[in-house]
Design a protein around this ligand. Structure first.
Ligand code: ACO
Length: 196
């Protein structure tokens, strides 16, 4: 399947409509992979939940602690991707997390988005290492990280409170030295994407 043109742009407060519509519809697709949070899904993902989340993410971004982006496909809102918990000084490390609308999966969207954001984080963002933790059952996400060039480093036991319980997570990582010409350029070289 050909996904379309994948791009990243900053999050906006006016994303509330798209964000909420997709997340309310996609509860079954998303909830089992996301951190446990108080309150029903419908409340946490309603239209008026977004401005609060947007403000929090924008505040972290302004302090250099987070790089939050919307994933677009052919200009339309298709998901979110975030580099978070940015630590500077001699660590220069962060985690990456993402989700893609159920109507846009299976075409390489998440892989392209990961490649674009990792390249940005290692260049303009000045980071050296990016980590991704994923449940062993989440085969599509493991495939995304493997295709993008992440290495599996180990298993964190009972690592994160996800979907109501402490879940084991595989740890994947990549450092700047491993990206060669860049992850996006590698996807193109390997025939998984093309420049437009
Ligand atoms: N078993 C094995 N592989 C699978 C399965 C499956 N059940 N379903 C899909 N895949 C493969 C696809 O075939 C594809 O691989 P291929 O290109 O070799 O054919 C790969 O998984 C998916 O790659 P993309 O198309 O780049 O990814 P997509 O745009 O479909 O998004 C994502 C994947 C983000 C995991 C999406 O399914 C999603 O949003 N899931 C719910 C939220 C989520 O799990 N987020 C990630 C949490 S972990 C983290 O953020 C580090």
């Amino acid at each position: 399947m050909r996904a379309g043109v994948v791009a990243l742009r900053p999050i906006r407060v006016r994303d509330a409509g798209d964000w909420s519509r997709i997340r309310l519809r996609d509860q079954n697709h998303l909830e089992r992979w996301e951190p446990t949070a108080p309150g029903p899904w419908a409340d946490r993902n309603g239209f008026w939940s977004w401005p609060t989340q947007w403000l929090a993410l924008r505040g972290l971004a302004r302090r250099g602690q987070c790089l939050p982006f919307v994933i677009t496909v052919d200009g339309d809102y298709a998901g979110q991707i975030t580099v978070g918990n940015v630590i500077r000084a001699s660590l220069r490390s962060a985690w990456i997390g993402y989700w893609v609308s159920s109507t846009a999966v299976g075409g390489g969207v998440a892989t392209a988005a990961v490649a674009l954001l990792v390249d940005h984080a290692f260049s303009a963002g000045g980071l050296h290492r990016i980590e991704a933790t994923v449940r062993p059952e989440n085969e599509p996400s493991i495939r995304v990280l493997t295709k993008a060039g992440f290495r599996q480093e180990g298993l964190f036991q009972r690592y994160l409170d996800v979907a109501g319980d402490w879940r084991d997570h595989l740890c994947f990582a990549i450092t700047a030295e491993e990206t060669g010409p860049g992850l996006a350029a590698r996807l193109v070289r390997d025939g998984r994407a093309e420049y437009v």
